[in-house]
Design a protein around this ligand. Structure first.
Ligand code: ANZ
Ligand code: ZN
Length: 817
């Protein structure tokens, strides 16, 4: 072989691409737009690992096909550069977050370039730069002016080690998602974004999205819509009424006590003198616990009696009012009507404090164990007895409405988004506090409020910015008097809630983006990133986009039309790769030895993109061999052509109908597999196609125009996987320009389908689905295709494939245990 693909080939083509500016993005109204984006990365300082190649290098394959299909593909890259890790690192190392972040970004840029992806670096953004966060602050102001950003005192999740507030999403399981410390509750005045105003639309909008179902389910669950009723209980000897939220108004006749959250504002007013001390002590103890501890099913129920009595709205019966930490202040109305016969928590509580238990729902006649939590037929419920839960719910709600003691109500579990962070390395909140004028937003033309460089990072429960007088002391934009700046910074999820818009117009000095550009390029056609962002980033960004739409800055309602989650490549020990486990795999050695294209092709061939898997490299040699075979195929053609010549470019010359049909099948399969992000099966198809071409070559002494067509078609189909290598082959074949400026092969469906047969795919001998295969496909490729069917992937989850049996042209049986 004359040509030997290696790392040198990568370097050669990367230089040529840079000089020719082939990936410079040029908006072209004659072409259909396509916005491809991977979630940008955090500049952590770690060397680029396999995960980066996986996240960024593989979607590039899809983007390259789209480019060849004639789309104007916009594929930008940037850095989510603010955040706690850099600041924590500053505390331990003394290195300023700006210094370490900029340094990390430089290294990552260099390394990302070795992947050879189609980024236009002119569109790069870094969220920590004033040109960027100026507009994050602008966004805050727009929300503020619309009443969507507001301040309130609230019990917040507080990490005692990071000394900062955490959003609920960052304090899952009662642990700080940064450092793992136990999260406690603390009362602070905080800034919130009113995401709850969009709860219903965030929920209903999911239906229209091309997203994985499980991600939609996570968002639906997080939004937590429930339909129920609000019921008013009068309180004996008190003007005010106590509203409760219930999803089981059908159980109203079985209420035996009421429970308020320990933080409920009515408690001081209704508590009897006798009970006051005990109540106050209980309130103090409850304040130390997190919401998660409080609501855990494992926790023993505790509570105290307030001394006050409520009055049943339908029967006038007196019922005691208790407080307990199993009721959460921020959900519903912060109070519940307890029905111990039909609710597990109420039941445990009633048993412990010897409160009455009254059964009002029955499923079978008599002898049922309480609590009976489902729906059924009403008993012991006066005129409602005998009705189904559903009917009774309607009747009781109607009765309550008549007496103005209740109404149906919809509730959402979603809370407003807490955006204040008592940290330095974030976008300062553009607010000033003036003794005379109160809370004053910084005027837009005064943005950015710049982060000062000199600060003391030692955590003290306050933002490090509070210690910098030059920063805090300012003049009021309203009256010109002395004023203090807000010292909290914004949650970094605010930076990432709108970055896809700045990408479109990163150098705009007058506006965050040009409205016309956003109109042309939104929404994002393919967004690729981890499923761990399902509840936070992806929900926040959807909310911000809708808010921006309502302010007239963007069109459409959803930023991410189609979403793909990449699977995870685990270390050889089957664990998630991490520095601390010491099981990370560096791609560098592989790149040096084989070149980036072999590595990238191996990744896409060896693993299913959406499933991931445990890292192994035993297949990489085979992929390298595949490259060598392609090289030989091209050289073989070139040599025979030199000897015998090729008569023009009329493909009739040497045309072979059977081979032609296989070519159309290959084009169709590769195109469709790539469309579905099934890169591994696409490669299997290409391997097969190569064998077809080589078979043809071996039968012909002279090179033919048809052969030339087959080979250029192959090179084009393989180009997205191996951009450097195929450019080299393209050049060798004497083609002008870049292979990426050539057009993607199109197939004739009647030819592609000509010899197809349908076969059945079974799991443990049970029929699961059908696939269509060509009569010339190899057994290996057919098995691969079967394993990649949606239905099959879902069923194989968590099971081990023992054997795959292929009965020619009839069926595939996957034996699992
Ligand atoms: C009476 C009842 C009877 C209830 C019954 C359930 C079963 P979701 O579905 O999550 O909305 N609840 C209401 N507000 C609460 C709060 N702030 N803290 C803790 N629990 C609260 O749950 C709604 C149900 O959770 C409500 O319906 C209420 O208990 C409780 F057989 O009311 B139910
Ligand atoms: Zn003022």
């Amino acid at each position: 072989m004359r040509i030997n693909y290696s790392r040198k080939t990568d370097v050669k083509w990367q230089k040529i691409w840079e000089e020719s500016g082939i990936y410079r993005f040029q908006p072209d109204s004659a072409k259909e737009k396509l916005y491809l984006m991977e979630m940008f990365s955090y500049p952590s300082g770690a060397k680029l690992h396999i995960g980066h190649w996986w996240n960024f290098g593989i979607p590039d394959i899809w983007g390259r096909m789209k480019r060849m299909q004639g789309y104007q593909v916009f594929h930008p890259m940037g850095f989510d550069a603010f955040g706690l890790p850099a600041e924590n690192y500053a505390i331990t190392s003394g290195i300023h977050p700006k210094t370490s972040t900029e340094e990390n970004i430089r290294t990552m840029e260099e390394q990302l370039k070795t992947i050879g992806a189609t980024y236009d670096w002119d569109y790069e953004i870094k969220t920590c730069e004033p040109e960027y966060y100026r507009w994050t602050q602008w966004l805050f102001l727009q929300l503020y002016h619309r009443g969507l950003a507001y301040q309130k005192k609230a019990p917040v999740n507080w990490c005692p080690s990071c000394q900062t507030v955490l959003a609920n999403e960052q304090a899952k399981n009662g642990e700080c998602d940064r450092c793992g410390s136990k999260v406690i509750q603390k009362d602070l005045t905080q800034w919130f974004f009113r995401i709850t105003e969009y709860a219903e639309e965030l929920l209903s909008g999911l239906d229209s999205l091309d997203w994985p179902e499980k991600t939609k389910a996570i968002q639906r669950n997080w939004i937590g819509k429930s339909k129920g009723a609000e019921v008013m209980f009068e309180i004996e000897g008190c003007e005010e009424k106590l509203p409760v939220y219930t999803t089981r108004v059908d159980t109203l006749m079985g209420v035996t006590y009421l429970v308020m959250a320990p933080e409920h504002s009515l408690i001081p007013a209704i508590t009897s003198e006798k009970q006051r001390k005990e109540v106050e002590e209980y309130q103090k103890a409850a304040a130390l616990l997190t919401e998660l501890d409080r609501t855990s099913a494992m926790k023993e129920k505790t509570g105290v009696f307030t001394g006050a009595m409520g009055i049943h709205p339908l029967t006038g019966r007196k019922i005691p009012i208790w407080i307990s930490d199993y009721v959460i202040a921020s959900y519903g109305t912060g109070a519940v009507m307890a029905v111990p016969a039909h609710d597990t928590r109420d039941y445990e509580f009633a048993v412990k404090y010897q409160l009455p238990i009254l059964q009002v729902i029955e499923r079978s006649k008599g002898g049922e164990r309480l609590p009976l939590t489902g729906a059924g037929i009403l008993v012991n419920s006066g005129k409602f007895t005998g009705l189904s839960s559903e009917k009774a719910g309607e009747k009781i709600t109607a009765d309550l409405s008549l007496r103005q003691a209740g109404a149906s109500r919809t509730n959402y579990r979603l809370r407003d988004w807490l955006v204040s962070r008592q940290r330095y390395w974030g976008a300062p909140i553009p607010i000033v506090y003036c003794e005379k004028c109160g809370v004053v937003p910084v005027p837009e033309e005064k943005l950015p409020v710049t982060l000062p460089f000199e600060v003391d990072f030692i955590p003290g429960g306050e933002s490090p910015l509070a210690g910098n007088k030059e920063f805090t002391d300012t003049v009021c934009p309203c009256c010109g008097g002395a004023a203090k700046r807000e010292t909290d910074t914004l949650d970094t999820f605010v930076c990432s809630s709108w970055y896809y818009l700045r990408y479109l117009d990163p150098h705009n000095q007058k506006a965050p983006w040009d409205i016309e550009k956003a109109r042309q390029f939104m929404p994002i056609d393919k967004y690729v990133g981890g499923i761990e962002h399902a509840a936070m980033h992806l929900l926040y960004a959807r909310f911000i986009y809708k808010a921006l739409r309502d302010m007239g800055f963007v069109e459409g309602s959803e930023p991410f039309r189609s979403l793909v989650h990449q699977g995870i490549i685990l270390g050889p020990d089957g664990q998630k790769m991490s520095k601390s486990r010491g099981n990370t795999i560096s791609p560098d050695g592989y790149i040096e030895e084989y070149g980036s294209d072999v590595f990238r092709t191996y990744l896409s061939f060896g693993f299913s993109y959406q499933e991931g898997g445990t890292w192994k490299d035993n297949g990489i040699k085979a992929v390298k061999d595949f490259f060598d075979r392609i090289t030989r195929m091209v050289e073989n053609f070139q040599e025979r052509k030199k000897e015998t010549g090729m008569k023009g470019r009329n493909y009739e010359e040497g045309f072979d109908e059977k081979i032609d049909r296989m070519q159309h099948r290959a084009i169709k399969a590769v195109t469709q597999e790539l469309e579905k992000f099934q890169f591994n099966t696409a490669i299997a198809r290409l391997m097969e196609f190569r064998r077809v071409i080589v078979e043809y070559q071996s039968e012909k002494k002279e090179s033919t125009a048809f052969e030339f067509k087959l080979i250029t078609c192959f090179i084009k189909l393989f180009a997205p996987f191996a951009p450097h290598f195929t450019e080299e082959m393209w050049e060798e074949l004497g083609m002008k320009g870049s292979v990426f400026d050539s057009s993607w092969p199109v197939f004739d469906n009647s030819k592609a389908e000509g010899d197809a047969v349908e076969i059945v795919v079974q799991i443990n001998s049970k029929n699961r689905c059908k696939i269509s295969i060509g009569s010339h496909e190899t057994e290996e490729a057919i098995k691969m295709q079967a394993l990649n069917q949606k239905e099959i992937i879902a069923e194989l989850e968590g099971r081990t494939v023992r054997r795959i049996i292929y009965v020619k042209a009839r069926l595939i049986n996957i034996v699992v245990s």
